[in-house]
Design a protein around this ligand. Structure first.
Ligand code: OGA
Ligand code: MN
Length: 293
């Protein structure tokens, strides 16, 4: 199947045409999506009038799902399926979460540059986010191209960092915002995991920076030096020229490759407007240290 593609940015992100996910996804459609993802890292499908089951069927058709997505407040689930991550500002009854709700404060961490589930031993491959309702302004999502960021680094810096290993944890990213209200159980669940700082994309062969606000240490470096280096690299990697900003329409489905992009949500008036987004996440093949450098 040939997908019609339109570039949304010079480096990454395309809109794909002629897809209707209300129908069960054919293998030829999945192959075409993988091709587009391998090259462009972000694929936007507009006007997908799908429900939870259809979104899940599409995710499953693309590859194995992440076994258990990480969220706080797992006892209060708005969505029916555990595999689906609730990226909304909504209470179980559909009202907006109040200002001091723990889930709201935890979810603010999505506005830090990150890649999904790098804090898990085997991290995420693709994520897909479907817009069910959106605020009248704000709430965009930005994607930064970590392949372009790697390519643009001076050779000396590339050599210096190419074998580095970082520790990632949700505890680290939330600490950046002063959020530390974790239970003992969550602390154990979110214990740091090691990941390579520089990856090679399995399908395209391109190298990329594997950065995230979840990073809290680099093996073998004093912590302040490590965190300064991560801050510098993040600043470099999120320059405007590497970033595609997605302005949502209702029924958009956006798929991104977590292996070679970072993303972040942008602010909106979440105490006033509802933003209902639902995410499915595919699992990578192995921990990054067990993948070829
Ligand atoms: C996510 C995420 C940002 C947003 O779904 O993983 O980080 O804009 N979303 O909602
Ligand atoms: Mn995310």
């Amino acid at each position: 199947m040939e997908l019609g593609l339109r570039r949304l940015h010079p480096l990454l992100a395309v809109e794909a045409f002629g897809v209707d996910l209300r129908r069960p996804p054919e293998p030829s459609l999945c192959a075409a999506i993988h091709d587009a993802m391998n090259q462009h890292a972000v694929v936007v499908l507009r006007d997908q009038h799908i429900d939870d089951e259809q979104e899940m069927a599409f995710a499953r058709a693309l590859g194995p799902l992440e076994p258990m997505p990480a969220q706080v407040g797992m006892d209060k689930q708005r969505l029916k399926h555990r595999e689906m991550v609730d990226i909304s500002n909504l209470e179980v009854d559909g009202s907006v979460l109040p200002a001091h709700d723990r889930r709201r404060l935890f979810n603010l961490g999505n506005m830090l540059w990150h890649t999904d589930s790098s804090f898990k031993a085997t991290p995420a491959k693709y994520s897909m986010l479907h817009a069910r309702s959106i605020p009248p302004e704000g709430g965009e999502t930005e994607f930064a191209d970590m392949r372009a960021a790697w390519d643009a680094l001076p050779a000396k810096m590339q050599q210096c960092i190419e074998d580095m290993v970082c520790d990632h944890s949700l505890l680290y990213s939330r600490a950046l915002l002063g959020f530390d209200a974790f239970t003992e159980e969550e602390r154990a669940l979110f214990a740091p995991v090691p990941q390579r700082l520089v990856r090679k994309h399995a399908a395209s062969g391109r190298r990329s920076l594997y950065l995230a606000s979840h990073i809290g240490a680099i093996h073998g470096l004093p912590r302040p030096e490590a965190l300064m280096l991560i801050r510098d690299l993040t600043e470099h990697a999120t320059q405007r020229e590497f970033v595609y900003r997605h302005t949502w329409r209702v029924h958009d489905l956006v798929i991104w490759d977590n292996r070679c992009t970072m993303h972040r949500g942008r602010a909106y008036d979440d105490l006033r407007y509802k933003r209902d987004m639902r995410r499915m996440t595919l699992e990578d093949v192995a921990p990054t240290l067990m993948q070829p450098a």
